[in-house]
Each structure stands twice: as structure tokens, then as C-alpha cells.
Design a binder for this molecule. Structure first.
Ligand SMILES: NC(=O)c1ccc[n+]([C@@H]2O[C@H](COP(=O)([O-])OP(=O)(O)OC[C@H]3O[C@@H](n4cnc5c(N)ncnc54)[C@H](OP(=O)(O)O)[C@@H]3O)[C@@H](O)[C@H]2O)c1
Length: 294
């Protein structure tokens, strides 16, 4: 097993490349960092919670990776400069930049406090745009690079208690679609990741509590994001079973209304769909269908 891993790392196109991941203290960002271990890139990991970030760094070093942890708030202009400057100082380039730091807040729009609106917009879209520009300027000088931005399937499944969150994630998708061609002229690729529900700290931060199903295991999504780095494409929608759900929602107004009000009322009412973690794609879609048909 060990020999296989060494061989994979030696042959990997991202061996010794520099990958920066924001939001690596938990959830998707941490899982992607760990999933990259076999490929032996140099990793820059970013988040605000120092203790949790250092734990990620420790786990990665144990796997033999060179890691630079940067405790930073992506909303802070000085911190954004530090992320870029420290990455270059430590490792000399930025080959892949993953804008993963983000959060959701579930609320009825009319009841959403201004601080929540500001936090969502500042973290999910303003900081992402500014970090993308800084990273892209470095990549332009290098003549290559890959930017990966985290959006959400909620862009295609609009659900009312997620209005401001979904608006920020729609902005990410539109932003990526707009800059893609300009970036390509400089050898920079742009990918958008649109995940469905995954079991991270997202629900807790979003105040969803135990209102909805817990979602998929994040490890599989992390593996797919690693594949996206190895074989870039424009959009990654996961879990796969959400693709037909998105298609039906797009083509049937009646179904869309059911999805919107079904999921929304579950979240608002704080009901359980299930107490278990849903592990298979089939289970998640069945849970979705249970909502929309009940
Ligand atoms: N889980 C899902 O179902 C799901 C679905 C669609 C999209 N997404 C997106 O996926 C991304 C990752 O979320 P997740 O599910 O992994 O949730 P998570 O476990 O809560 O992770 C969020 C990460 O972002 C970091 N972060 C948040 N605000 C930050 C700030 N101002 N500065 C620096 N780091 C910050 C957090 O670290 P600190 O708190 O330590 O700073 C944490 O490491 C988000 O953009 C989210 O919108 C998630």
C-alpha cells in the first residue's frame, strides 16, 4: 500500500505544486487537504480558528506534506495580502487556489439581521472576488494556474430560507462564468464546484441545527475535487444524483414549487427527515423526494 502511494505521488502532475485552500480548518476544505496527501503538493491552508487549523496542519505533516498554515480572516484586506505574500515567500508560486472559505445562514429574508447579510456577502463573494484577483495576478506572471471556487447546488434549487446565501453562491457562479475566457488568455483555468448537502460544520454555522437531513460524507466530494485539479473542467455538480433533481426542477414549475416549499418548510419548521447520516446518493434523493411528495 505504501509503495503504491509513493508511486502515485511521484507520478502526480501536482507533486510539489503549490495549492492554497481557504477554509481548511473543517469540512470540505480540510477533507480536500487530506485527500491531496497522496499527490504530495505543497499546501497553504487558511482559516480563522488557529487551534483547528493547526490540527489540520499536524494531520497533513504526519502524511508527509509540506504545509504552511495561515491564520487569517478572508474578509480582512491585510489578511488577504498575507495569504498571497506568505504563499509566495514560502513556496515560490501559486499553482492552484481554492476559494472554499464560506458560510450559510438560514433565515426568512424579512427576519434576517443586517450583520448576517453583511457576513454572507463579505465572506462568500466580496472576499472571494478579491482573493481571486490577487491569485490570478500571480498566476498571470507565472503563465499558468487554476482557480477553483465554491458555489452551491442551491443556485439551481432556489429555496427561500437561503435567499441571501443562494444569492452569494449564484454570484460566484456568474463571476466564474464571466472571468473564464479572460483568464484563459493567461493560461489560468477557472472551475466552479456546486455541492449539494454535505455533512460538515455548515449546518451548525447556518443555524440549521437538526432541521434537515445531515447530508453526504464529505470524503467523496473531496476526492472529486482532487480529480478536478488533475483533470480540470468548468463545473462540478455533486452528488451526481442531484443532477436529475436539478433538471426536473428546471423543467417543471409545479415540481420546483414543491421542492422550494418542501425543503424550505422542513428547514424552517426544524423537522428531522432522518437522524442518521445519509451515506448513499439514493438515500439523499429519496429523502428529497420524501419532502417534495409529502
Ligand atoms: N456543506 C454543504 O452542504 C455545502 C453545500 C454547498 C456549498 N458549500 C460551501 O462549501 C464551502 C465550505 O463549507 P463547509 O461545508 O466545509 O463548511 P464548514 O465546515 O463550516 O467550513 C467552512 C470553512 O470556512 C472557513 N471560514 C469561514 N469564514 C471564514 C473567514 N471569514 N475567513 C477564513 N475562513 C473562513 C471556516 O474556518 P474558520 O471558522 O476557522 O475561519 C471553515 O474552515 C463553503 O463555501 C460553503 O458555502 C457547502
Amino acid at each position: 500500500m505504501h509503495n503504491v502511494r509513493v508511486k502515485e505521488a511521484k507520478d502526480s502532475p501536482i507533486r510539489d505544486k503549490v495549492v492554497v485552500i481557504t477554509g481548511a480548518s473543517s469540512g470540505i476544505g480540510k477533507a480536500v487537504s487530506l485527500a491531496l496527501a497522496d499527490h504530495k503538493p505543497k499546501l497553504v491552508i487558511v482559516a480563522r480558528r488557529k487551534k483547528k487549523l493547526m490540527q489540520t496542519a499536524k494531520d497533513l505533516r504526519r502524511l508527509g506534506l509540506k504545509v504552511l498554515p495561515i491564520t487569517a480572516d478572508v474578509r480582512d484586506s491585510e489578511d488577504r495580502n498575507r495569504i498571497i505574500d506568505f504563499s509566495i515567500t514560502a513556496f515560490g508560486s501559486i499553482d492552484v487556489f481554492i476559494n472554499n472559505a464560506g458560510l450559510g445562514k438560514v433565515n426568512l429574508f424579512l427576519e434576517q439581521p443586517e450583520e448576517e447579510i453583511n457576513e454572507l456577502i463579505d465572506t462568500n463573494i466580496v472576499s472571494l472576488i478579491k482573493l481571486t484577483q490577487k491569485a490570478a495576478k500571480v498566476m498571470k506572471e507565472q503563465g499558468h494556474g487554476h482557480i477553483i471556487n465554491l458555489s452551491s447546488t442551491l443556485v439551481m434549487l432556489p429555496t427561500y430560507p437561503f435567499a441571501v446565501y443562494s444569492a452569494t453562491k449564484s454570484a460566484v457562479k456568474t463571476f466564474d462564468d464571466c472571468i473564464r475566457e479572460e483568464m484563459l488568455e493567461h493560461g489560468i483555468l477557472v472551475s466552479t464546484v456546486l455541492p449539494g448537502p454535505y455533512n460538515t460544520e455548515f449546518n451548525k454555522v447556518a443555524n440549521i441545527g437538526k432541521a434537515s437531513f445531515k447530508g453526504y460524507k464529505v470524503a467523496k466530494l473531496a476526492q472529486e475535487i482532487v480529480k478536478l485539479i488533475l483533470k480540470p473542467k468548468e463545473n462540478l455538480i455533486l452528488p451526481k444524483m442531484f443532477r436529475p433533481l436539478i433538471w426536473i426542477t428546471k423543467h417543471s414549475k409545479k415540481f420546483k414549487k414543491k421542492v422550494v416549499s418542501g425543503i424550505a418548510s422542513q428547514i424552517i419548521a426544524g423537522k428531522h427527515v432522518t437522524d442518521r447520516e445519509l451515506t448513499s446518493e439514493k438515500e439523499v434523493v429519496e429523502a428529497e423526494l420524501q419532502i417534495v411528495t409529502s
